[in-house]
Design a protein around this ligand. Structure first.
Ligand SMILES: [Zn+2]
Length: 59
């Protein structure tokens, strides 16, 4: 029986990312937060399919 220890479901990664990321109510909120932190050029906002909120991700 073959093992694939490094192969994990994408949804698992998303779940992890979702739970440790800050959630924003809207794209504007997320981008505002990036702007305030001075990292707006290194971040993109995306809508999370898991929680329905917005997260910031590194570019
Ligand atoms: Zn999420």
């Amino acid at each position: 029986m073959p093992k694939h220890p490094s192969k994990r479901p994408v949804s698992d990664e998303r779940q992890r990312a979702c739970s440790r990321k800050r959630r924003y109510r809207s794209q504007g909120d997320a981008l505002d937060a990036a702007l305030l932190a001075g990292v707006e050029r290194q971040r993109v906002a995306y809508r999370c399919p898991l929680c329905g909120h917005w997260h910031l991700s590194s570019v």
